[in-house]
Design a protein around this ligand. Structure first.
Ligand SMILES: C[S@@+](CC[C@H](N)C(=O)[O-])C[C@H]1O[C@@H](n2cnc3c(N)ncnc32)[C@H](O)[C@@H]1O
Length: 233
């Protein structure tokens, strides 16, 4: 596994958990992508299950946090800068978000962040078992229509895959502003045989999860946010 040039990934799965979307990049983001991708970027292998060794991404061995769907990267940088003893790998398919995160990483001189481009499920399938200290999934696309629920990232098969890459005691932390998805997530996570919920239902909002622009918009629209924090047993 090497850090390669930036080539947006052709989607390999027929049922994807993300909306293909175009986005304009600002000159600042374009510059950040060109300059910083070779140093901090990882292209998710096109073949699911291709081994990805976290050791080659960071120059040290530290507990690894995977953030799936990092959006513009504001939660990633806030959490990584407040948590220098762990490494953070963000995975996203949205190029302007990846570029924005790279820019923030440089601005804040963070050495514990790397950014992967591609489908998170393909990336996770190539990670070693027990290699993650935490998985963060903040405001995943809710896919509100019933016929689209199959696209949700929190569903039994995906949860089993994520759990298998968590180390014992590692956490899976999800947050959503979509009430029906929150309930569905809770049912799915409760039913997973390898996860325990240390809280009574939803978790109290952890102070270490920063309020992002996405969350501010949800709160302004009157949608309360639910946190779900489960531990691998
Ligand atoms: C609703 S946004 C939330 C972004 C961010 N977490 C936040 O709180 O602002 C969901 C993000 O997840 C990304 N995403 C969804 N499925 C993904 C997948 N399988 N692999 C990588 N990124 C994914 C989408 O591209 C999108 O940027």
């Amino acid at each position: 596994m090497t850090i390669t040039d930036f080539h947006p990934t052709a989607p390999a799965r027929s049922i994807r958990t993300f909306h293909p979307r175009r986005g304009r990049m600002s000159p600042r983001q374009t510059g950040a992508l060109q300059r910083l991708w070779p140093r901090y970027g990882l292209t998710v292998p096109k073949v699911p299950g291709t081994p990805v060794e976290p050791d080659v991404l960071f120059p040290r061995r530290a507990p690894l946090v995977l953030e799936i769907g990092s959006g513009m990267g504001d939660a990633t940088v806030a959490m990584a800068s407040a948590d220098p003893d762990r490494d953070y790998l963000a995975v996203e398919v949205h190029t302007p978000g990846i570029a924005n995160l790279l820019d923030l990483v440089e601005q804040q001189s963070l050495s514990n962040v790397r950014v992967a481009e591609g489908d998170a499920l393909d990336l996770v399938s190539g990670l070693p078992a027990d290699s993650l200290d935490a998985v963060h999934i903040f405001f995943p696309d809710p896919w509100p229509k019933s016929r689209h629920h199959k696209r949700r990232i929190i569903q039994p098969g995906h949860v089993a895959l994520l759990r298998s890459r968590l180390a014992a005691g590692g956490t899976l932390h999800c947050a959503t502003d979509w009430a029906e998805y929150a309930e569905a997530m809770r049912r799915t996570l409760d039913a997973d045989p390898g996860l325990v919920n240390p809280h009574d239902g939803f978790a109290p909002r952890p102070a270490h999860r920063p309020v992002t622009r996405f969350e501010r918009r949800a709160l302004a629209a009157g949608r309360p946010v639910a946190d779900l924090v489960y531990r691998r047993c």
